[in-house]
Design a binder for this molecule. Structure first.
Ligand code: FES
Length: 109
């Protein structure tokens, strides 16, 4: 169990509790975090769970797979720290991680 924080585009931040093994996206959806749409609910094909992982925890997260990297190349507003939140299962060592929600989500494809 741990705590992660989402920062919305207007700067509002919200911290939520998350269990080991739950994806960042699942926790965001369960907590009604605005701006996380997750249209494919974790299949990794829509891109609408896009977040920016913030330092310092960014470098502790597992590297994106080739698939995630490819999908991110089609995500609008992708940039430094971009991740698909459905592809990151929470581990206790990620306690305190911060994710910024992009200004908009558009489904890939
Ligand atoms: Fe669709 Fe993550 S929920 S790519």
């Amino acid at each position: 169990m741990g705590t992660i924080t989402f920062i919305s585009p207007d700067g509002e931040s919200r911290s939520i509790r998350i269990k080991h093994g739950t994806s960042i996206m699942e926790a965001a959806i369960a907590a009604d975090i605005p701006g996380i749409e997750a249209q494919c609910y974790g299949a990794g094909v829509c891109g609408t769970c896009h977040v920016f992982a913030e330092p310092p925890m960014r470098s502790e997260l597992p590297d994106p797979t080739e698939w995630e990297t490819e999908m991110l190349s089609g995500v609008p507003l992708a940039g430094e720290g971009s991740r698909l939140s459905c592809q990151i299962p929470f581990e206790d060592r990620f306690d305190g991680a911060v994710f910024r929600v992009p200004e908009r989500q558009d489904a890939i494809g």
